[in-house]
Design a binder for this molecule. Sequence first.
Ligand SMILES: [Zn+2]
Length: 399
Amino acid sequence: MTAAADGPQRTDARGARRSASASAVLRAILDDGPIARSTVARRTGLSAAAVTGHTAELVQRGLLRELPEAEPRRSVGRPHVPVDLDTGRHVAGALHLAVHHATVALLDLRGNVLVQHEEPHDGLAAEDLLARAAEILDDLLLGHAPDREPLGLGVATGGWVDRESGTVVEHPLLGWKNVPMRDLLAESTGLAVEVDGHARALVHAERLFGHPKARESVVQLFAGNVVDAAFATGATVHHGPRSAAGAVAHLPVDDSAEPCRCGRTGCLEATVSEATLARKAGLPFPDLLALAAAGETAAVRMFHDRARLIGQAAALLLDVLNPAVLVVVDRSVAQVPGCLPAIRDEVRERSRGCADPVETVVPTSFPGTELATAGGAVLLEVLYDDPLGPLLAGLSHAS
Ligand SMILES: [Zn+2]
C-alpha cells in the first residue's frame, strides 16, 4: 500500500471498521440484552470507550434504549446502566411469496413476528400481486404499528432471486422471469426494499435469531412447493455468481419415477413437492397435512415416505458441505410425528460425514412463522450488518 494517507480509501476503511464494531455491539445486545456496556466490551473485544460511543449512536438512532439500573448501587463510580434493543420504536416489513399465497408481516428488531397476514394470489400477474402486497403492508402498518417507524421491507421468495439487482431472475412455478421486484415494491411502498431467495433468507433468520450453531455453518433445506437450499459459513451466506446457488430442485432421488418440468424423471422437487403429494392423495395439500397430523395411517405413511426422500437430499448436502447444523423447513416436520426422525434415519444410513443426525439435522427455529421471519430477516440482516448504514439514514428517527 502506498501512503495515500488522507485519501478516500482511508476514510472508507475507517468507516468500514466503525460499521463492523457497531454491528458487533448491536449483535451482542441482540444475543444477551439487557446487558451492561462493560459486558458488551468483554464480549466484543472492543474498548469501553468504543462501546460507549457506539451505544450512544445506536440509542440516538432508536435501535437501543437505556434501562434503569436494576438495583441501586452503593459503590462509587459510573453506574452500570444496562442497554437493550429498543423493540418498540421501529418495525420491519416482511413479504414472503409462496406459489399460492403471499405472507405479509411486521417484525420487531428481535425478529418477533408482531402480525402476519396470508393472502391467496392464484392467477394474479406479478405487478398486481406486488401492488396488492404493498396495500396489505400499508394496512398492517396502520392497524398494528401506527406509532412505529417502518425500517423498510424485506422480501423473500423461492426460485432464482438475484439480491444485487433485486430481481426475480426466474421462478418457474410462479411463471416469473426477470421481474424487478425491488424496484416495483420500492415505488409502491416508498420504503427501502431488500430482496433475497427464501432459503438464504431463512439462513439469515437462523443466524440472527435462531439456532446458536447456525453461526458456525448452516445448511437450510426448504421443502414446500418449491424445494431449495442455502449455505452459510461464518458470517458469509454463499450466493455464487448471480445468486444462483442452492438450486437442488433437480437433484435426482432414488426410487422415484415422478416426471419433472425439466423433462427428466425422479427430480427431488417434482417428487416431494406439496403439489405432487396433493395430486397423489387426491386432496388439497392442507387437508392431507391435517389428516396426517391427526394420525390417519395412509396420510402419515405418505409423509414418512416423503421424509425419507428429503433425507436423501439432506445426506448429500451434509456430506458435500459438512455444516454444524442442517435446518429442515417443512410443514410436515412440525406437524406430523415421525417425519423428522425419518429424515434423520435416512441421513444415518446414507451420510458418511454426519456423526450425529439428531444433533445436526434440526427443525426450523420459527415453526408457524417461518415465512414471515424469512421476509423480515432479509431486511434485518442488512440492519444488523451495518446499523450505521443507509437503512436508517433516511428515517426521521432523530429526536
Ligand atoms: Zn427436474
